[in-house]
Unconditional design. Structure first.
Length: 52
């Protein structure tokens, strides 16, 4: 699965890890994350992420 990086703060979303605080379970593809999810570090929208 592909990793995605926040273009604002550099946070990397790793599907193998997910985002526990954001309610995203490990194994969740970036494409399957709800559109209202935000970066756990800086709070920008999912649209600000790019594939690594």
């Amino acid at each position: 699965m592909d990793k995605y990086v926040c273009t604002v703060c550099g946070y990397i979303y790793d599907p193998a890890v997910g985002d526990d605080e954001g309610g995203i379970k490990p194994g969740t593809k970036f494409e399957d994350i709800p559109e209202d999810w935000v970066c756990p570090l800086c709070g920008v929208s999912k649209s600000e992420f790019e594939k690594v």
